[in-house]
Design a protein. Structure first.
Length: 200
């Protein structure tokens, strides 16, 4: 999650945090600025699905208290095709990647698990440490949707906010900033979120 204009939240596939690659989106969001963020949906691909709809994104945006500030320079929010990550940010575009049709995941990266255990606990996600030392993360559909909105999207919006609040508008403070941003923002909007989105 380092490098100019390339920030991602790594996805765990078959228990392993994946490497990060560069991305291209379906439309050229990067060179066009419609003056407001476009919400777009790409095909999820075989074996994957989008847990979120464009309406979910709009409903979530409506509970963000400083959206007018946060959306400055934001060109698009994309429900993106599956990738080796949960989400990514690049030059004013943030994306949430399609989820595997199997909701439960096995994480074998203990550092990644420990970094996210507080979010999982807040969402009520059951986890189990397996005999092989990996963690089985037992998402329900509502919990996976909440994870995408309250953590992945906020994390990637944190990268956008970080980049826009630097003088150069190019480099930022990286992963620690985005992660702290997502956790702080989740706390701030939690009560509004659970009024508008089912969790259990």
């Amino acid at each position: 999650m380092r490098g100019v204009g390339r920030k991602v939240t790594p996805k765990v596939v078959s228990g392993r945090v994946q490497k990060k690659n560069s991305h291209e989106t379906t439309f050229n969001y990067f060179d066009q600025d419609p003056g407001y963020p476009v919400i777009d949906r790409q095909r999820p691909g075989e074996g994957y699905r989008h847990l979120l709809t464009k309406a979910d994104i709009q409903k979530f945006i409506d509970i963000l208290p400083d959206w007018s500030e946060l959306s400055v320079g934001l060109k698009a929010i994309v429900l993106a095709e599956p990738d080796d990550c949960y989400g990514w940010h690049d030059r004013g575009v943030v994306a949430i990647c399609a989820w595997d049709r199997v909701l439960w995941e096995e994480w074998d990266n203990e550092k990644f698990y420990l970094e996210h255990v507080s979010v999982l606990e807040r969402l009520g996600v059951k986890t189990e440490k397996l005999p092989n030392g990996n963690y089985e993360v037992q998402f329900t559909e509502n919990q996976a949707r909440a994870f995408q909105l309250l953590h992945i999207l906020l994390h990637e919006l944190g990268h956008h906010h970080d980049q826009m609040s630097t003088k150069s508008k190019r480099t930022g403070r990286g992963e620690p900033y985005a992660e702290a941003y997502a956790l702080k923002y989740m706390d701030a909007i939690w009560a509004d979120y659970i009024k508008r989105f089912p969790l259990y």
